[in-house]
Design a protein around this ligand. Sequence first.
Ligand code: G6Q
Length: 544
Amino acid sequence: MTVKPALAATTEWEALEAHYGRVKNETLRALFAADPGRAERLSLEAAGLFLDYSKNRVTDETLRLLAALARARGVEARRDAMFAGEKINVSENRAVLHVALRAPRDWKIVVDGEDVIPEVHAVLDKMAAFSDKLRSGAWKGHTGKPIKNVVNIGIGGSHLGPEMAYRALHGFSDKTLTFRFVANVDGAAFTEATQDLDPHETLFIVASKTFTTLETMTNAAAARRWTLDALGDEKAVAKHFVALSTNAEAVEKFGIDTANMFGFWDWVGGRYSMDSAIGLSTMIAIGPDNFRAMLAGFHAMDVHFKSAPVERNMPMLMGLLAVWYNDFFGAQTIGVMPYSANLARFPAYLQQMQMESNGKHVDMDGRPVDVQTGPVYWGEPGTDAQHSFYQLIHQGTKLIPVDMIGFCAPLSPLADQHDLLMANLFAQAEALAFGKTAAEVAAEGVDPAHVPFRVFEGDRPTNMILADRLTPHALGALVALYEHSAFTQGAIWNIDSFDQWGVELGKVLAKRIIPELTAAGEPALAHDGSTNALIRRYRRLRGG
Ligand code: G6Q
């Protein structure tokens, strides 16, 4: 394998640096005034999504240089390697094939000599059969009652996607069923999720790729006790527990019949797994047809990402703009503000996807990276966020590029309110970009002493993403857009976006402390002084 040159020393990076020096003080007011065709030229449609990226601090030259950077860094070649099933997750020696999870039956993707598409569809068919049975009431609990409650137990990649999708697609879901999502090992999470549920009518989905994760296994054990305390028969587990995992042996050991296990593969990363078996709760909620529509949305974006040239490639453009702000403007974060109450958990979902993927300090060859990598992603739905932290975005001293997401048709019957929502969305992007000058403030008759407080500098960049409606298809396309944007960023930085050693460490460390909290007597503690004192304090005060 050829070792890539350090990024900052490449011709393309140096060209961007020089260009940044020339354009950093260009204003969006001036760029728009000089170029009536800007909005039309700097926007595009793909997979049912519309992206207006004209309110970014870029010129045509910036975009040309960013595209040149993408080509020089081999983004397209790495993308093709991913679609071809090559082991581009080098630190784990694994293929990266979430794109296979939504590929149609007639696709072929070969990993280690085997076409994975038939297996993908076999699992989807098994999930569909199970979902239909559960939704129709044909799947009965141990005492013959139909299942009314579905509790997904999982954490991280086995939780955030299902929870996000359930809320996003609530309008499409079966309202006779109750869904709960338990992740935290804090017993309050399990207790509160189950306190009003009847064990006779409750199904637990234990979602864990490894089936060894402390939080999930602990909550699954609590669920098992909760079920057996009420039903009093080991055999009840078969009717009240299913598993989503790659680890059949551990599933069997837990006591779940592997007939009730829905599998996936090591080439599906946790944060890229909401469209694998991990999406079973989503499929039960919205039904197999809607789930397949969601997969079609993902796939439509995959096809676009795979085939569009860099300059017209929506995920690549979003990824390149993220690099532009992160590495040249020194922006530390990217805000994501969905103007949709249903997308309340979308920023949290994206946080994991982006930050676990690109929060890396060494490149693919194990050398320290020489530029800043993954930005912090964060956000909240608008309009709520406008009344909390938008102040800092508008008038603070930090540059925060913002992705704004809206839907043209409402899901709610309160259509007038949707107009208010969208008016706010467009107004915020306009205000962030163009601000308000001192002259404009003064012209409103404001006391001259107060004018500075009311000035908005503008030039706060936004991407505006619009879809027709928040449907399963649109959600799939939106998630895939961000997956491939993360991919593009990682390829530019030449980092492994698909490992997560930082998560693995945490999984190991807690195991050492657990016995020290509960052991009888005074255990010998060999941590640092701070950790030793915290453990002793906790032991003193932990109560019964
Ligand atoms: C995702 C991460 C991490 C993982 C959880 C749960 O990419 O690896 O968030 O999903 O730690 O892991 P299990 O599914 O194995 O329980």
